[in-house]
Design a protein around this ligand. Structure first.
Ligand code: NAP
Length: 315
């Protein structure tokens, strides 16, 4: 997409000054309906709400917004990118490995209805140059930025005595610091638009004990960061929330790998830990992310939104 396309021209008008107050209020016009698969086709039969019949009356008001989802060639990030594209956003996806990213971008473009509405950037977003490239190229391509979903994480190590400073440093560099850097780069662009929305992917293990010690600590840090940013950025019309997914299964993901290695242990885990008797799906997380990024969530900021089928023990 070039700067002369109608899409970018439309955005340029928005950049010219603060958006009217009406833009932040929940949309009242339910007419805008996007082409997408019926939702019931994507929800497993045992899912909550299955059989209730989803409909499309709720326009999230995301049409033509510009979104970045970091770590989006598979899993939760990919599902968030797809959900945002389905709601009319122009979306930048990024990952380190080009091949899977290209395939993901094609699938998201299909949902968006056009490949000009999707940008794929190969980058390591845990480096300052990588995330700067993602933000710059998104703004160049789409004329601004409204939504950031900060989604990458890596935290290794074991117990206290086996986990050295290098493991702790890596967990910080790969999980908490990328969320800080991405927000720092995104916020000036959002301020230029008169507002925006940030979602940081944390975990139920940011709210209660569980997972690796390093992961537990970094995820708690991300929830805390989202709250601090929410309070700082509210006067600029920017909402910031964290999401706290429980165990989510998808092919190639961490739970899937464990299931391949030890199906008996996983079956027992599901019985013991997952009250609905199944894992969550990336789509069940992506849809909540799209809602939180939308003006329909205009009074939700600073929240840690749990998406776990009541897996977690915390209130
Ligand atoms: N899965 C769960 O059950 C679960 C539960 C709670 C919270 N979460 C959180 O959800 C987030 C995503 O998890 P997931 O399970 O979907 O992850 P995943 O399978 O590890 O996928 C991560 C995605 O991010 C990309 N990525 C990883 N490191 C990157 C980097 N440095 N720069 C750019 N892209 C990078 C990966 O592609 P490349 O490898 O090609 O870069 C991939 O597209 C994480 O924050 C995780 O902690 C997951």
């Amino acid at each position: 997409m070039t700067a002369s396309t109608p899409d970018v021209v439309r955005e340029a008008r928005v950049v010219a000054g603060p958006r009217p107050v009406a833009d932040y209020l929940p949309a009242t016009d339910p007419v805008h309906v996007h082409c997408r698969q019926p939702r019931q086709a994507r929800v497993p039969s045992r899912a909550v709400g299955a059989g209730l019949g989803y409909h499309h009356a709720m326009d999230l008001g995301l049409k033509d917004k510009v979104a970045i989802v970091t770590g989006s060639s598979r899993g939760l990030g990919f599902a968030a990118a797809r959900a945002l594209a389905g709601e009319g956003c122009r979306v930048c996806l990024c990952a380190r490995s080009a091949e899977r990213l290209q395939q993901a971008a094609e699938e998201v473009a299909e949902r968006a209805g056009s490949d000009t509405r999707v940008l794929a950037v190969v980058a390591d977003v845990t480096t300052p140059a990588g995330i700067a490239d993602v933000v710059e190229r998104t703004v160049d391509a789409f004329g601004g930025l409204d939504v950031l979903v900060s989604n990458v994480a890596q935290a290794r190590g074991g117990g206290l005595l086996e986990t050295g400073d290098d493991d702790w440093q890596e967990a910080f560099d790969q999980t908490l610091l990328p969320s800080v850097r991405a927000a720092r780069l995104a916020v000036p662009h959002m301020k230029r638009r008169g507002g925006g929305a940030i979602v940081i992917t944390a975990s139920i293990y940011g709210r209660e004990s569980g997972g690796r010690m390093t992961y537990n600590a970094m995820k708690a840090g991300q929830i805390s960061l989202a709250k601090a940013l929410a309070q700082q950025l509210a006067p600029s019309g920017i909402r910031v929330n964290s999401i706290c997914p429980g165990s989510i299964l998808f092919e190639g993901g961490s739970w899937w790998k464990r299931q391949q290695e030890n199906p008996v242990w996983i079956a027992d885990f599901v019985k013991r830990e997952l009250p609905f008797g199944r894992f969550g799906t990336p789509e069940e997380v992506g849809d909540v992310v799209a809602f939180l990024c939308s003006p329909r969530a205009s009074w939700v900021s600073g929240a840690a939104v749990v998406i776990d089928g009541c897996q977690g023990r915390a209130f």
